[in-house]
Ligand binder design. Structure first.
Ligand code: 6AU
Length: 478
């Protein structure tokens, strides 16, 4: 339908209108990155011409006969928002909006509007040069568990954007390419042969290098911990990055001992070498307020964070009570806890609202080190998306692989680390410190029995600390 003669005539008439309203200009213009371009497209002006906006929406709709197969549309902010709105209205296809400024307001949703998990979304954009704006939008939609595989754009400047998008799994449909636009304008005597040649030469000479764009992407695996402080929205993640940089340790001890006095002795012995001290408080015999007081003072003395591995997994309200009430009163002494995503984001909401320490963080369990874990890819993806939505509370994720490389504000906590053992016969699976840091993307490694069962736990902690830190240095220097 979109290739009929009549359609092409309407497309040509539309192109000429764009020229007439100065949405496409020819001369010498400076681009965002300071280069000179002989053609400048500013589609923002189109909002002043509602009829033309309607024509544009009709042309896009006709060019995409499968548009109704999508669940939602999303315009790339800001210029494409009114275009997406017009299309959404005409086709009766719901729209969502991506917030560009959500970064500054930690708790705000990145995607506004109603959508369901795994909804398919068609992205709408005005002009594509490198394709990076579309990829930004794709990133946020993906984090919200919305599937994006296609984008429709008004104008493809043919400078490499289509390829970058394709490399990232996005098929791009363009109403017009720059070549086509120039042909239409030439046929309508809007531009000279010389201008057409200049534009063609310019496009040839200014192809965007996708590898350069890929390099500018944030990559937490290459970033020093101290640089990541500013990327985090969670107070405990910030504190943790600072402690790791200052103490030069990314070791978390799993203090899975059952005797309160032994736990305090362990804290004193390994305290100088760890950034986190992880407990399972419900296995402790001899728990008391004095024990907590002593543990807190050792944590302060050696500058590590107390971390109760409670793995909250009930409905929000129950988790809230388990966190703040009962014998252990976890929220009054442990700034960090773990939670499952199984019962949905209500758990995170409940932990955030509970009474307790003002600064708190949660590690959400996305993957498990145990053999035969029932967690699958979909669960993992949805867990990360849930955590990313709640970045003021979420310190990071407990996982076994590089799940969120472009989110340097979150911490990857990886358990299942031991030298000289592959498992404990009860499902636990072990990797070496080097493997978890260099292959699996850990930021902090959890070591339990590798240290607690050693004849000299302090010496073992020093050994693990060194191996983990050296691997981290190797990773960021590569
Ligand atoms: O080194 P280990 O095997 O003696 O101790 C590993 C510690 C234990 C587990 O409860 C915990 O890490 N853990 C977790 C956490 C931290 O949440 C998740 C997981 O997938 N595997 C795992 O072992 O205290």
């Amino acid at each position: 339908m979109a290739s009929s003669k009549c359609y092409e005539d309407r497309l040509k008439a539309f192109a000429v209108e764009l020229y007439k309203i100065n949405a496409v200009k020819f001369g010498e213009y400076k681009t965002k990155v300071g280069l000179m371009t002989p053609v400048y497209c500013d589609l923002r002006v189109i909002v002043s011409y509602p009829k033309l906006m309607g024509v544009l929406a009709d042309l896009i709709i006709e060019s995409m006969p499968h548009m109704k197969d999508f669940d939602i549309v999303c315009g790339v902010p800001y210029t494409a928002l009114p275009i997406a709105t017009t299309i959404s209205y005409k086709v009766d296809l719901p729209m969502v909006m991506r917030r560009k400024e959500a970064k500054d307001y930690g708790t705000k949703k990145l995607i506004e509007g109603f959508y369901k998990d795994n909804d398919t979304c068609l992205i709408i954009e005005d002009v594509v040069t490198s394709g990076s704006s579309i990829l930004e939008t794709v990133k946020d939609l993906t984090a919200a568990n919305i599937q994006t595989t296609e984008a429709v754009v008004l104008l493809n400047r043919e400078q490499g954007g289509e390829k970058l998008l394709k490399d990232n799994g996005i098929k791009m449909h363009a109403l017009l390419t720059m070549t086509q636009l120039m042909k239409f304008l030439k046929e309508a005597d809007c531009v000279t042969d010389e201008t057409c040649q200049k534009v063609a030469d310019y496009l040839k000479a200014s192809q965007v290098d996708a590898s350069v764009l890929n390099k500018t992407k944030l990559d937490r695996l290459k970033m020093p911990y101290e640089e990541r402080i500013s990327h985090s929205s969670n107070a405990i993640a910030k504190r943790l990055f600072k402690i790791m940089s200052e103490k030069k340790t990314n070791l978390c001890i799993a203090a899975d001992l059952t005797d309160a006095a032994e736990i305090l002795n362990l804290a004193e012995a390994v305290g100088p070498h760890v950034c986190l001290f992880k407990t399972h408080i419900d296995i402790v015999e001899g728990f008391s307020e004095v024990f907590v007081k002593n543990l807190k003072s050792i944590a302060e003395k050696h500058n590590f964070v107390l971390f109760e591995d409670r793995k909250f997994a009930d409905i929000g309200k129950t988790c809230q009570l388990q966190y703040s009430k009962g014998v252990y009163g976890v929220s009054s002494w442990a700034p960090l806890v773990t939670a499952h995503s199984l019962t949905g984001s209500g758990v995170l909401e409940a932990l955030e609202q509970a009474e307790g320490l003002a600064e708190r963080g949660v590690f959400v369990l996305a993957e498990c080190s145990a053999k035969g874990s029932l967690i699958d890819d979909k669960y993992v993806k949805a867990t990360v998306a849930m955590g990313v939505e709640k970045k003021s509370l979420v310190t990071g994720f407990v996982c076994q692989s590089k799940l969120f490389v472009e989110q340097p504000g979150f911490v990857q906590l990886t358990p299942g680390v031991q030298l000289g053992s592959s498992g404990d016969g009860l499902g636990q699976q072990y990797n070496t410190p080097e493997a978890v840091m260099l292959e699996r993307g850990a930021d902090v490694a959890v070591v339990g029995r590798g240290i607690t069962k050693a004849s000299n736990p302090a010496a073992a902690a020093v050994e693990y600390k060194k191996l983990l830190w050296d691997s981290y240095l190797k990773r960021i220097s590569n």
